[in-house]
Structure formats: structure tokens, C-alpha cells
Design a binder for this molecule. Structure first.
Ligand code: HEM
Length: 180
């Protein structure tokens, strides 16, 4: 895992935050039903045979992205939160690499993918730069409950509490009035 000085040193680099996002998206369940990150759906306009299965025209096929993200044939130490893996090898997140399909792929790929990546990277960068985060008093990091509550949109079963502490000089948090 990444430790203290390396993290502080690297956190200024957007790429470094990006790999955290990639690792989080590959491991988390974002939505719909049966325990995969938001599934990609395919609607074949012709009957086809894939992997020995007849898929009739007009079927709705759910791609089990959750299972792909946990396939030991394509991921090493797959359940380990190890963002460095995305530095060690180039994994495209926008539909060109079928190992990571958080935004789907093909013609129905998420059109908001780049916006989402930019926003989450920026937000995460600000939250890490401005605050030190810790669990509530008396709770060890390894005791934090990460159980999910699957559904159309997947929430945490028990909300996570994280306590922010300012890590920059106090005057930098003051609101500066801006004349519009
Ligand atoms: C981390 C954030 C996001 C994730 C993980 C995500 C994921 C996805 C996935 C998996 C799909 C289905 C793709 C497929 O069927 O192959 C999708 C579709 C879609 N997403 Fe996102 N998305 C995110 C953010 C956004 C944002 C910010 C926007 C708009 C500003 C957006 C707009 C859409 C739209 C309009 C579709 C439907 C596209 C279609 O059916 O043709 N998404 N998204």
C-alpha cells in the first residue's frame, strides 16, 4: 500500500487521484440489482449465438461487470484496494478495456464519463488537500463496515462516518466575498 510521505508528495498529481477513482470504481457496486457495478445492457437487433448460448433478437442482456472486476484471470490481488495497479499497467476506463467497464462500452457508453471523472477527481483532490480524514473516536479503520445494500442504486448498508480535520492554515478556509 501507499504510505505517508509518498501519498502527500503525490497527491498534487491529478493522475494519482485518478488511480484511486479507478480502483474505487472497479471494486464498488454502484447500481442495479444483482451485485455488479452499474451494468451495461446490450439489446441485440439480430439473434446471435455467443459462447454456446442462443441470444434471441430483442433480448436485454446484462453484462455482469461485477464478475469481470473480480475475475482472477484478469486481475491480480483483485479484492485488495491497491490503486498502484493502475500505474503499473495502462487500463482504459472509457470502454476500450473490457477489464474495467464502470461506464459501459460501445454505442451506449455513459456520455457523462469524462465529466464524472473530472468532477470526482477534482472533488476528491480538494477533500484530501484541505482535510485529514479519520474514523470516529474509538473506531479502528479495519472495523469500518463496508457492507453494501444492493438495489436499483446501491447504498452503504450502514452510513460511513468520517471526521475531517483542517490541515491547512485556518485563514485559507475563510469565505472571500466576490463582487459579481
Ligand atoms: C461516476 C459516475 C458515473 C458512472 C459510474 C456512470 C455509469 C454509467 C453506465 C454504466 C451507463 C450505462 C452504459 C451502458 O449501457 O453501456 C451510463 C449511462 C448513462 N450515463 Fe452515466 N455514469 C456516471 C456519471 C454520469 C454523468 C455525470 C452523466 C451526465 C452528466 C451521465 C449520463 C449518462 C447517460 C445520459 C447515460 C445513458 C446513455 C445511453 O443510454 O445511451 N452519467 N452511465
Amino acid at each position: 500500500m501507499l504510505h505517508g510521505t509518498c501519498f502527500i508528495h503525490c497527491v498534487h498529481h491529478q493522475n494519482f487521484i485518478f488511480i484511486f477513482l479507478a480502483q474505487a470504481l472497479s471494486l464498488t457496486v454502484a447500481g442495479v440489482g444483482f451485485r455488479e457495478p452499474t451494468p451495461s445492457t446490450l439489446h441485440p437487433s439480430l439473434s446471435v449465438k455467443i459462447g454456446g448460448y442462443e441470444i434471441p433478437k430483442g433480448s436485454i442482456v446484462y453484462v455482469n461487470v461485477w464478475a469481470v472486476a473480480r475475475d482472477p484471470a484478469v486481475w491480480k490481488d483483485l479484492l485488495e484496494f491497491r490503486p498502484e495497479r493502475f500505474l503499473e499497467e495502462d487500463v482504459d476506463m472509457k470502454g476500450h478495456d473490457y477489464r474495467l467497464l464502470s461506464f459501459g462500452a460501445g454505442r451506449r457508453i455513459c456520455p457523462g464519463a469524462q465529466l464524472a471523472i473530472n468532477l470526482v477527481t477534482s472533488m476528491l483532490g480538494h477533500l484530501l488537500h484541505h482535510f485529514t480524514w479519520s474514523p470516529p473516536a474509538g473506531v479502528n479503520p479495519e472495523d469500518i463496515d463496508l457492507t453494501e445494500s444492493p438495489g436499483t442504486v446501491t447504498y452503504m448498508k450502514n452510513p460511513i462516518q468520517a471526521i475531517p480535520t483542517l490541515r491547512l492554515p485556518a485563514h485559507l478556509y475563510e469565505r472571500v466575498p466576490v463582487d459579481m
